[in-house]
Design a protein. Structure first.
Lengths: 222, 394
């Protein structure tokens, strides 16, 4: 199989506001290959998150061509995009976004439920073990620290064995020490397991540790 | 883990809110069950009351028919008297299957109701009474020894109330008369349970009403001849003919306006409950916009989200339906008590008839209510776009 997972050509995302149109990102040309560790960096409002959403098929492009796993997704609707995400992608967010009524283990099992896969407790438990949370499986998000919640989120993202992990400011809501720990987990996943990781950050110290950095300014790759 | 348990756990998110919404559904269901149960129970009880009188036609002295209807159901005809000659004339009619003359008299007894005083109801009857009401059985004792004896047979309730057994005596206070209890009837579930029976001739003598009657109960051989039979008596002076079908109709008319009111209340209760459920679920959907977005991001389809929200709504209504059924069952005696005190006429027997069928239908109704109420919030949630939902408020 082709080692290029995602290929963007002249990708543009425009938001239509009542008064004007805003080009959140514009003319993005980008290739992401298997096993890469990419940090998208840039100041606030530079379009980092928009770009990540588009690459992660959470949002549709307004213009240009986006190929994901060799398939043109530029004009696909959410009904189709969800299948692509479900089968190939994992997501981690800045504010963790765990389901507050579910325990750590249940949160991790949720993608299996949606994917219609057999819900192996072992698989979910194994993922929690991998992120160092074997002792917290039955805790609710409110009983956990920020770092622990982000570990659960990573376990949740990994449980369906995705080809690529998208992390939007994964350390943004964490203190420096915890942020480094989370970043370390992502790095190890990349180095040991060969998982492709794309993350956004405006932390230069962490961003510079990525194998490849992409700088955005005003929606354009600088 | 199943979709259903994800939905169920959402109810625990805001416990008080879920509880109140379920309470709203429960109250609506309880009101519905009670009202429909009352509709059914009242008709059955009234029909049973009237059927157990044993006669289809009552001939009474002329008077207000409403007053007559009410008094009659409380134990006899209106307290106007007609001549026994009327009976002697009617009794020869070939269309009559069974006929019984009655003389009702009331006496105030100051010792009744723990000294508050109350009305004692006496009824003079002859042997034909038992022919018209073959189901009446003796709990103890026998029928009168002769047709002019100073003896009484007590209805079940009045015997209990006055603590009398056969062989005991009762005292008619204002007439200074002592009568011997010769028998006690079994409970019939009708107004007769509260009546003290005595031979017709004795009643006429004791109450100074010789050759007087208050009513004549008649059962025809063929109910189809009722109209012709009434017609024949129409010209008889001083009497009126009341058919039990008319009495039933009169009473149903009396309560029908009240029924319109109560049914409106039930409809409003259900509407409020539905709106309450939709409102609660919509609020909870909007509060969870981010969670719904993230579920979509990690692979939930529109159908998955729709099912979660829809199931959640259905849960509220299922639990509410069960709770409402339970409230209706537990509260039925209270409702019964209240109705008995506000209705113009309450028949004996169960007024609020709550059947398993009614409970089942109400429960299914609540479930359907949940399914309907859930559609809009579920559609709203399922059509949220993941990126907009996740980034909301950022």
């Amino acid at each position: 199989m082709n080692d290029i997972l995602i290929k963007a050509q002249k990708v543009t995302k425009t938001y239509k506001l009542p008064a004007e149109e805003i080009n959140a990102v514009r003319d993005i040309d980008l290739e992401i290959s298997r096993g890469e560790f990419i940090a998208i960096m840039g100041p606030s409002g530079s379009g980092k998150t928009t770009l990540l959403d588009i690459l992660g098929c959470l949002d549709k492009v307004s213009g240009g061509k986006l190929e994901v796993f060799g398939k043109d997704v530029s004009s696909l609707k959410e009904n189709f995009l969800v299948n692509i995400r479900r089968e190939n992608m994992g997501f981690v967010f800045q504010d963790f976004l765990l389901i507050s009524t579910l325990t750590a283990l249940e949160n991790v099992k949720l993608p299996l439920l949606f994917a219609g896969l057999r819900e192996e407790n072992e698989k979910a438990t194994e993922m929690l073990k991998k992120v160092g949370l074997a002792h917290r499986v039955n805790h609710l998000p409110k009983e956990m620290s920020g770092g622990e919640k982000q570990r659960v989120a990573i376990a949740r993202a990994l449980v369906t064995s995705p080809k690529i992990l998208f992390a939007d400011e994964p350390t943004g809501n964490l203190d420096t020490k915890t942020g480094k720990e989370i970043f370390q987990i992502l790095k190890e996943l990349n180095q040991k397991d060969g998982l492709t990781v794309v993350l956004t950050t405006h932390n230069n110290e962490l961003g510079s540790q990525a194998a490849r950095t992409i700088y955005l300014r005003d929606g354009v790759i600088a | 883990m199943k979709i259903i348990s994800v939905a169920f756990k959402n109810l625990k998110r805001k416990r008080i809110r879920s509880f109140l919404t379920i309470g709203g559904v429960a109250i609506a269901v309880a009101v519905l069950v009670s009202l429909i149960g009352f509709d059914a129970g009242y008709q059955r009880a009234l029909t049973g009351d009237i059927d157990k009188m044993g006669y289809q036609v009552l001939v009474t002295a002329k008077g207000c028919p409403y007053e007559a209807a009410t008094l009659m159901l409380k134990g006899g005809g209106g307290l106007r008297y007609m001549e026994q000659a009327v009976y002697d004339k009617i009794v020869k009619d070939a269309r009559i299957d069974r006929i019984t003359p009655q003389l009702i008299a009331t006496e105030f007894d100051k010792d009744r109701q723990n000294g508050q005083g109350g009305i004692a109801l006496y009824m003079g009857v002859d042997d034909s009474y038992l022919k018209l009401k073959p189901w009446v059985k003796f709990k103890a004792g026998n029928w009168f020894s002769n047709d002019d004896a100073d003896e009484v047979i007590m209805g079940y309730e009045v015997a209990e109330l006055e603590q009398r057994l056969p062989g005991d005596e009762i005292f008619v206070p204002n007439l200074n008369k002592v009568l011997k209890v010769i028998g006690i009837f079994e409970r019939t579930g009708t107004q007769d349970d509260g009546v003290i029976f005595l031979p017709l001739k004795s009643a006429q003598r004791i109450f100074n009403l010789s050759d007087k009657l208050t009513g004549i109960g008649i059962k025809l051989k063929d109910i189809g001849e009722l109209a012709a039979f009434e017609e024949a008596l129409y010209n008889e002076p001083g009497i009126q003919v009341i058919s039990m079908a008319e009495v039933k109709g009169t009473i149903f008319n009396l309560i029908s306006s009240a029924k319109v009111m109560t049914n409106s209340v039930a409809v409003i209760a259900v509407l409020i409950a539905v709106i309450g459920v939709i409102n609660t679920i919509l609020m909870s959907v909007f509060e969870r916009t981010k969670e719904i977005g993230v579920m979509k991001a990690i692979g939930a389809s529109r159908l998955d989200i729709f099912r979660i929200i829809w199931l959640e709504t259905t849960f509220i209504c299922v639990i509410g339906g069960i709770a409402g059924d339970i409230i209706a069952i537990l509260g039925s005696s209270a409702v019964e008590y209240i109705l008995r005190h506000i209705l113009p006429y309450a028949p004996k027997g169960q007024l609020v008839l709550i059947t398993p069928w009614l409970l089942g239908i109400s429960f299914i109704g609540a479930v359907i209510m949940g399914l309907v109420a859930g559609i809009y919030p579920a559609l709203r949630a399922s059509s949220m776009r993941p990126v907009e939902a996740i980034r909301m408020g950022d």
